[in-house]
Design a protein around this ligand. Structure first.
Ligand code: WT7
Length: 654
């Protein structure tokens, strides 16, 4: 059976529990219907739940493929996430309940968070940061990450968060692409008991970042000293966060930002070696983040919402910081690994903090399943009332396990499909409304229109095809930083006669009920443990190694990670394929990009299968990596290459 057949035969149905629906934010399909009748009016209604300093003139200006939302309107994201709640009496409510990996804890109320944000906004102003300037954030998952993001938003600076697991070179490239003037980092962070030397990485990166004038270093104080010895402060450039904070005023009015002013850039992998700087703006992004958080997670005043993502990813931006805070929610933030010090860390956190809504990734759920039920069983998870999944397709067995073992059979599951580019959730059940099917992200949220199309833009009502979004939406990316042509090419050129259709790069299937089942990328982008990695990025890293002549990278199905990275490498003359070299090359990629890009398999090959025009046939390499019968090899310049590779692969595996 193919994957599609497996999904097609999934017949379990989970209607929303009646008691859940009775109290839900959304209880029926009125919003879906209203939005279908007039999506722009629907979005204007959603936008009016935010605090605007000046109302907008026009809700949508759509000149495909460029959209502008709420033009003429002015607002400030930090004012919406903070000041508004102080005015509403939430000052003493916990905004962020944080736990570090070593077990250190901090809780920031809305009052405290607002004060820290205003103070740090003044620190940034003091360092010369002005509206529109770019600020890099390279931090562990500590409250200062959210403080730094919100402080940028307060003064209209554009943040570019770089995941702490990325390498110095990745940080360097991102800072240079956006010409950042300030970088905020920390002496270190914790991951699986190890210290991640963020400041040292920053120093390496900044050796080649001429635009960066200042570095602010957070002292990540905790149970153990984080190698202060290793942190060297560059006179005039580097400043300790706590020292600047002590001197700064905590009075800072929120800047009046145009709805279309850029809020942040976030880099993500595409089909070339160079990551794309996805640009999100102020008004539309916040409308998407705030409304989806409220509806999809059915937020209530007393919820404790834990989104397990790092702020280095879009999920952390939208559902750890902006969405929940815009709704005045209490968020749990956890710095470290799920199996540190034990494999029950997540469940210990849920129980101790009384988490009511948990949002995590299928790769984590599959790992938990493998580790065994005894870990969650040891903890009281009865406060949980809603579970979410994001990042990749969730296989029905993992969905069922999540439902039964974590959710006790009572919590609805929202399988949410979206992307860095969409800014917020697009396809998802509404937990009080939608009957769910394990493995399906179900349907577009109100205000969205999705379709399954063939290569000629013909709609496929039932069956498999390419996923498309057929209407603009407020939190959509506006462009790729510095490269609008790539924006048009990547997202709006799949169907040349229809420049209004957004192509996310995913294939999907639609069933008789109209439900969407997203199957995964149809381009050269891998999804490894929920992280997006371009095959070209890994290939570019490999060919920078002096021993490598050529490299081809493909994804291979992996039980826990979803996909694993599999590299085929041909060596330059004079280099011998040894296992030491294999290890060296794998580490080389980790050093160049980050540990998440380290190839799982690496195979030396005298040659790579190519078409007569010289294009590497990745499809055949995938067949080899996954141990399948070889597909059509007739277009190959030299069919013997692939047969030899297949044997060699089988030998190595065996
Ligand atoms: C890609 C986007 C946006 C959250 C984190 C990832 C895949 C994401 C699902 C889902 C099937 C999913 C898609 C998408 N994806 N969520 N619920 N079901 N696939 O963001 O790094 O921008 O990756 O992740 O392939 O295109 P991202």
């Amino acid at each position: 059976m193919t994957d599609i057949d497996v999904l097609l035969s999934e017949s379990r149905r989970f209607p929303p529990p009646a008691d859940f629906t009775a109290d839900a934010q959304v209880r029926d399909r009125t919003l879906h219907a209203a939005a279908a009748a007039d999506d722009v009016a629907y979005w204007a209604d959603q936008a009016s739940t935010l605090l605007w300093q000046r109302p907008w003139d026009t809700a949508l200006e759509w000149t495909p493929p460029h959209a502008r939302w709420f033009t003429g309107g002015q607002l400030n994201v930090s004012e919406n996430c903070l000041d508004r709640h102080l005015a509403a009496g939430r000052g003493n409510k916990a905004a962020i309940v944080w736990e570090g990996e070593p077990g250190d804890r901090r809780t920031l109320t809305y009052w405290e968070l607002a004060r820290e944000v205003r103070t740090f906004a003044n620190v940034l102003l003091g360092l010369g940061v002005r509206k529109g300037d770019r600020v890099g954030i390279y931090l562990p998952l500590i409250p200062e990450a959210a403080i730094a993001m919100l402080a940028c938003a307060r003064i209209g600076a554009i943040h570019s968060v770089v995941f702490g697991g990325f390498s110095p070179e990745s940080l360097r490239d991102r800072m240079n692409d956006a010409a950042a003037s300030v970088v905020i980092t920390a002496d270190g962070g914790y991951r699986r008991g190890q210290v991640v030397p963020l400041k040292r990485n920053t120093d390496k990166a900044l050796a080649e970042c001429p635009s960066v004038r200042h570095v602010v270093v957070v002292q990540r104080r905790s149970t153990g000293p984080i190698g202060d010895a290793h942190v060297e402060m560059v006179e005039g450039r580097d400043h300790w966060y706590h020292e600047l904070m002590r001197k700064a005023s905590d009075v800072c009015a929120p800047a009046a930002m145009d709805a279309e002013d850029v809020l942040f850039i976030l880099y993500t992998s595409g089909t070339t070696g160079k990551p794309k700087g996805i640009v999100h703006t102020t008004g539309g992004y916040l409308v998407g983040a705030a409304s989806s958080t409220r509806m999809v997670f059915d937020l209530r005043e007393d919820d404790v919402f834990w989104c397990t993502a790092d702020v280095g990813w879009i999920t952390g931006h939208t559902y750890l910081v902006y969405g929940p805070l815009a709704n005045g929610a209490t968020c749990v933030m956890y710095e470290g690994a799920p199996d540190w010090p034990e494999r029950d860390r997540f469940w210990d956190l849920c129980a101790r903090h009384g988490v009511t809504i948990l949002y995590t990734a299928p790769t984590a759920i599959r790992a938990f399943m493998k580790w065994g039920d005894e870990h969650p069983r040891r903890h009281d998870l009865s406060r949980l009332r809603l579970l979410g999944s994001v990042g990749e397709p969730i296989n029905p067995e993992a969905w069922m396990w999540y439902h039964e073992v974590i959710g006790g059979g009572r919590c609805p599951i929202v399988d949410t499909w979206w992307q860095t580019e969409t800014g917020s959730i697009v396809l998802s059940p509404l937990p009080g409304v939608t009957t769910t099917k394990p493995g399906s992200a179900t349907e577009p949220l109100p205000g969205y229109r999705a379709a399954l199309l063939d290569a000629a833009a013909g709609e496929i009502p039932v069956g498999g095809g390419l996923l498309a979004l057929t209407r603009p939406w407020p939190s959509m990316l506006r462009t790729i930083w510095g490269d609008d042509a790539r924006y048009v090419q990547t997202y709006f050129s799949k169907w040349p006669d229809r420049p209004d259709l957004y192509f996310p790069g995913d294939g999907a299937k639609r069933d008789e009920d109209g439900y969407f089942w997203v199957l995964g990328r149809v381009d050269d982008v891998l999804n490894v443990a929920g992280h997006r990695i371009g095959t070209m990025e890994v290939e570019s890293a490999l060919v920078e190694h002096p021993a490598v002549a050529e490299a081809a990278v493909v994804g291979k199905a992996h039980e826990v990670k979803g996909q694993a990275i599999c590299a085929f490498v041909t060596l330059r003359d004079g280099h011998t394929p040894t296992s030491a070299l294999r290890d060296d090359l794998r580490s080389f990629v980790a050093t160049k990009i980050g540990a998440l890009a380290r190839p799982d398999d690496l195979l030396f090959s005298a040659d790579l299968p190519k078409t007569r025009s010289g294009k590497i046939m990745r499809r055949l390499l995938r067949d080899i990596a996954e141990g399948r019968a070889l597909g059509d090899t007739t277009t190959l310049a030299d069919p013997s290459v692939v047969a030899a590779l297949k044997d060699q692969y089988a030998d190595q595996e065996g």
